[in-house]
Design a protein around this ligand. Structure first.
Ligand SMILES: [Zn+2]
Ligand SMILES: [Zn+2]
Length: 177
């Protein structure tokens, strides 16, 4: 699968957003935006109002809902909820030296750039590569979501950390047996 495109990178942004811990920290959204500031046009204000933070949280929840959905009907329903939050205004740019598309208008508020980029990136990857490419980590105690970019769609864990933790646990269980 050709994964080296802007839309595919945007799905990684969506996955990071869905996996970001929001518990007890009202500043989580601003911190997330600053950690991913390469996605926003330079003039963008990355401090969010409480209502903008709630919009970012709603986007994160919908990305997760798409990833955990167990049927194509449910994927379509959740994707359409997510796309309804997007305000696409695509334009071409080569700000990093390579010609590519951005999905949100450059002067949009940060939360609009975030939601639009995430919704468009996620829906393009699902439409091109199938909703089965999204999943939830199989490691015990981890419920992070992932996008499977492996050639044979064999991924089961959110990260190498979870994959090796699980294979160690499986090895110990075999030895006990
Ligand atoms: Zn760009
Ligand atoms: Zn995991």
């Amino acid at each position: 699968m050709n994964y080296d495109t802007y839309g595919s990178n945007a799905v990684e942004l969506a996955i990071h957003l869905a996996n970001t811990d929001r518990d007890g920290d009202p500043a989580w959204a601003g911190a997330f935006l600053r950690a991913h500031d390469e996605w926003f046009t330079p003039e963008t204000v990355l401090d969010l109002t409480p209502s903008e933070s709630r919009r970012a949280a709603a986007t994160a929840d919908l990305v997760r809902a798409v990833a955990v959905a167990g049927s194509q009907d449910e994927v379509i329903a959740r994707l359409n909820e997510l796309l309804a939050l997007a305000r696409p205004h695509p334009y071409a740019t080569d700000h990093d030296g390579e010609l590519h598309l951005h999905y949100a208008r450059p002067d949009a508020p940060a939360v609009e750039q975030l939601t639009t980029t995430v919704a468009m990136g996620l829906s393009q990857v699902v439409a091109q590569h199938g909703w089965q490419r999204l999943g939830v980590c199989s490691a015990e105690g981890c419920d992070d979501v992932y996008v499977d970019t492996s050639r044979n769609a064999s991924r089961r864990y959110c990260s190498n950390t979870c994959a090796s933790r699980s294979s160690v646990a499986a090895y110990r269980a075999r030895r006990r047996a």
